[in-house]
Design a protein around this ligand. Structure first.
Ligand SMILES: Nc1ncnc2c1ncn2[C@@H]1O[C@H](COP(=O)(O)OP(=O)(O)OP(=O)(O)O)[C@@H](O)[C@H]1O
Length: 366
C-alpha cells in the first residue's frame, strides 16, 4: 500500500482553477426531523443548524441514529416529519440527485471496472455534462485531493487512503453546497486515519464548504470539527464546540462519551464533595498526584493520602490508577510516572457536578 504520497500540497495544475478557492457554501437547517423504522422511533424531533462553511460532526454510539439522519439529509431516506433546508431552500421532498449536497459513503462505493478519473467523473456523466467540461472538472477535483497521478489507475490498484480521496473527489466534482461524509475514515488504519482527517479538514477549510461528518470516534470528531452534535437515542444531547463539550458537558452521557471521567458519588458544595444523591465527575488530568507533599508549592488544600495501584503508559503521558480515601481515581501524568506501590498524596483541582444526569455546575475545587 502506498501511503507516502503527500496529499495536502497544493497543485499548480491548470485544471485546479476550475474549483474556486471559496466555493458556494450554504447553511443547513433541520427542524423537527422524525423517522420511524420497523415500528421504532429512530429519530425524534431533531433540530440542528449548521452555519455556511462550518464543519460539524454527528457523534454518538452505534445505533443512535447518525447514519439515519445523514441519509435523510442526503435524500436516500424520506423523513416522516420535519424540514431540511439547504441555503434556505426546502429539500426534504427532493431526491438525492436534485439536492445541492454530495455524499461520501463509508465503503467509498467506487466502481471497480472504472479508472479513478471515470469514477470521479461519473456523477457529471449522469448529468450529461459535455465531455470537455467533465475532463476539466475531474482533473480539478483530482488535483484538489492530490491524485492526478492516479487518474488512470483502477481502484484495486490504489491504497485505501487513495480510494478515500477518490470518493472525496467524486463528491467535490459536483461542486456541492453541502458535503456529507459517512464514517469517512473507518476503513483506514490508525496512522493513515490521522493524516487523512487532517487532509479533509484542510481541503474543507480551503474550499469553505459546509460539511457534515458522521462518526462514532470522539477523537476524530474533536480534532476535525468546528462543532459537534453529540447524539444518543435519536436525539442531540449537546451541540457545541469540542472545547466546550469537554470542559462543560451538558449531561453525564456527554461527559463519559467524550474523554475519560472519574465518577464519584455525591455532589459538590463550595468546591468540595459531600455525600448526596448526585454524581460528581473529575477529568483524570484534574487529579494531581505527588509522592512528596513537601516538594509541591504547597498551594491548594484537599490533599489526601493516595497509593499508586497501577501505571498504564501511553507514551507522552501515563495513566495512574490511584486509591484515595478508599475511592478509585485515575490520574493522567506527564514525565516519569511514579512506581506501582508508591504512597503519596492526591488532590482534585476541578469538578463537574451532575444532578439527575444533567450538569449542575463545574469549576475549581476548594
Ligand atoms: N431499515 C431499518 N429498519 C428498522 N430499523 C432500522 C433500519 N435502519 C436502521 N435501523 C435501526 O435504527 C437505529 C439507528 O441506526 P443508524 O444506522 O442510524 O445508527 P448509527 O448511529 O449510524 O449507528 P452506527 O454507528 O452503528 O452506524 C438502529 O437501531 C438500527 O437498527
Amino acid at each position: 500500500m502506498n501511503t507516502t504520497t503527500p496529499t495536502t500540497a497544493r497543485s499548480d495544475t491548470a485544471g485546479a482553477s476550475r474549483i474556486p478557492e471559496r466555493s458556494r457554501s450554504a447553511g443547513l437547517e433541520i427542524r423537527t426531523l422524525r423517522k420511524v423504522l420497523g415500528g421504532r422511533t429512530i429519530i425524534d424531533s431533531l433540530d440542528m443548524a449548521v452555519q455556511p462553511g462550518e464543519l460539524v460532526s454527528l457523534l454518538g454510539p452505534s445505533g443512535c441514529g447518525k447514519t439515519t439522519t445523514l441519509r435523510m439529509i442526503a435524500g436516500f431516506l424520506t423523513p416522516d416529519e420535519g424540514s431540511i433546508r439547504v441555503g434556505g431552500r426546502e429539500v426534504a421532498h427532493l431526491g438525492p440527485e436534485q439536492r445541492p449536497s454530495a455524499m461520501v459513503f463509508q465503503n467509498y462505493a467506487l466502481w471497480p471496472h472504472m479508472t479513478v478519473a471515470k469514477n470521479v467523473g461519473f456523477p457529471l456523466k449522469l448529468r450529461r455534462r459535455p465531455k470537455a467540461e467533465i475532463a476539466e472538472r475531474v482533473d480539478a477535483a483530482l488535483a484538489l485531493v492530490n491524485l492526478l497521478h492516479h487518474r488512470d489507475s483502477r481502484p484495486a490498484r490504489i491504497s485505501g487512503g487513495e480510494q478515500q480521496r477518490t470518493a472525496l473527489a467524486r463528491a467535490l466534482v459536483q461542486e456541492p453546497e453541502l458535503l456529507l461524509l459517512d464514517e469517512p475514515l473507518s476503513n483506514l488504519d490508525a496512522k493513515l486515519r490521522v493524516k487523512v482527517r487532517e487532509d479533509i479538514r484542510e481541503i474543507q477549510q480551503r474550499l469553505g464548504i459546509t460539511t457534515l461528518i458522521v462518526t462514532h470516534d470522539q477523537e476524530e470528531a474533536m480534532s476535525m470539527s468546528d462543532r459537534i452534535a453529540v447524539m444518543n437515542f435519536g436525539r442531540i444531547e449537546q451541540f457545541s464546540t469540542p472545547a466546550d463539550l469537554y470542559r462543560a458537558p451538558a449531561t453525564e452521557f456527554v461527559a463519559t462519551f467524550i474523554g475519560s471521567l472519574n465518577r464519584l458519588k455525591g455532589s459538590i458544595r463550595d468546591g468540595r464533595l459531600v455525600p448526596g444523591s448526585g454524581m460528581a465527575g473529575v477529568r483524570p488530568e484534574d487529579v494531581v498526584f505527588t509522592a512528596d507533599l513537601l516538594g509541591t508549592d504547597g498551594s491548594g488544600s484537599g490533599w489526601a493520602p493516595a497509593t499508586v495501584d497501577r501505571v498504564v503508559p501511553h507514551g507522552h503521558f501515563a495513566e495512574l490508577h490511584l486509591t484515595r480515601d478508599d475511592t478509585a481515581l485515575r490520574s493522567f501524568v506527564t514525565g516519569t510516572p511514579p512506581a506501582v506501590g508508591t504512597r503519596g498524596y492526591a488532590r482534585i483541582t476541578r469538578w463537574l457536578d451532575f444532578e439527575d444526569g444533567v450538569l449542575a455546575g463545574h469549576g475549581a475545587a476548594a
